[in-house]
Design a protein around this ligand. Structure first.
Ligand code: COA
Length: 267
């Protein structure tokens, strides 16, 4: 699906995308590149990043891949530095790296809980903290990919719920602290998104996916394009006065109180 925006909305901008090797964040990176941004992708596996970069190049965009784990502050700072050296600036930062596995709290070790908190929450803090000195100001935009988990409890997802709630309040806090420097920070909070690793883990069968879709007022999962278009808007100058917002993009699912709760197996 082609973008709903006029061409070149992000011309001249440089975007740094964690979790950009696959899934929602790769689709965001592709959309950023389509709109004229130069894009740096960060993920744990260089090979995966190379494939993603090649795809963006084939489509006529500009991209580079720098391997780093968002849990490792120094590695992340190094990837930001390389991005700055290659493209001269960083205007847009998307914090998207995330981890997930379905398990009851009693079925996960302290280390399992910590693994997800470290990737999602600490990883978002590390990305924002390390990126600040590079962000061109004013007009810089940071977007964190959270989930509706951040404001509604979902069984088998205690680690993710805690991590996403932390991301939501972290970004609001930074929006206050960094507003004076002209840096805007916002959160995108998706519900179920089709064709993602997260949904393959949470809704592994057709039967569960159909039940989840039936719980959504718009009657279907989001596409990755729909999340990416929201990211394009929030990173563009059209959103120049928007900061500290949580943008729920879930087809209305969270309005109804429906969730995976009734669908997931009890421990
Ligand atoms: N149930 C219970 N515990 C689990 C688990 C599961 N399904 N999967 C992993 N864990 C636990 C491990 O047992 C380990 O704890 P332990 O040391 O006490 O045994 C802990 O989580 C860390 O596992 P490990 O595989 O070493 O961590 P990692 O850092 O390599 O991977 C994960 C992090 C677990 C989040 C992994 O699922 C991942 O890398 N995910 C990225 C992709 C992804 O989740 N995408 C969807 C995003 S929405």
């Amino acid at each position: 699906m082609s973008s709903v925006f006029r061409d070149g909305l992000l011309n001249g901008k440089v975007a740094f995308v964690t979790g950009g090797g696959s899934g929602i964040c790769l689709r965001v990176a592709e959309r950023f590149a389509e709109q004229g941004a130069k894009v740096a992708l960060v993920g744990r596996t260089q090979e995966k990043l190379d494939g993603a970069v090649a795809g963006i190049h084939r489509a006529g965009g500009e991209a580079s891949g720098f391997a780093a784990d968002v849990r490792n502050y120094e590695a992340l700072a190094g990837a930001l530095q390389k991005t700055r050296e290659r493209y001269g600036a960083i205007d847009v930062v998307l914090c998207g790296a995330a981890g997930n596995f379905p398990a009851p709290a009693l079925g996960m070790s302290a280390n399992g809980f910590k693994a997800v908190i470290d990737i999602d929450l600490l990883g978002t803090f590390n990305t924002c903290r390390a990126a600040y000195e590079h962000l061109r100001k004013p007009g810089a935009s940071v977007i964190a990919i959270s989930a509706t988990h951040g404001f509604r409890p979902i069984p088998l997802q205690a680690h993710v719920c805690a991590g996403k709630a932390g991301i939501d309040i972290l970004i609001k806090t930074l929006a206050i602290e960094w507003g004076g420097a002209g840096v805007r920070l916002n959160v995108i909070s998706p519900g179920p998104v089709e064709d993602t690793e997260g949904m393959r883990r949470l809704a592994p069968t057709e039967e569960i996916r159909n039940k989840v879709a039936a719980s959504i007022p718009l009657g279907r999962f989001a596409s990755k394009d729909e999340i990416a278009d929201l990211a394009v808007f929030l990173s563009s100058d059209a959103a120049a006065y928007i900061t500290g917002g949580i943008f729920v993009c879930d087809g209305g699912q969270s309005l109804t109180g429906a969730s995976f709760a009734a669908l997931l197996q009890r421990p």
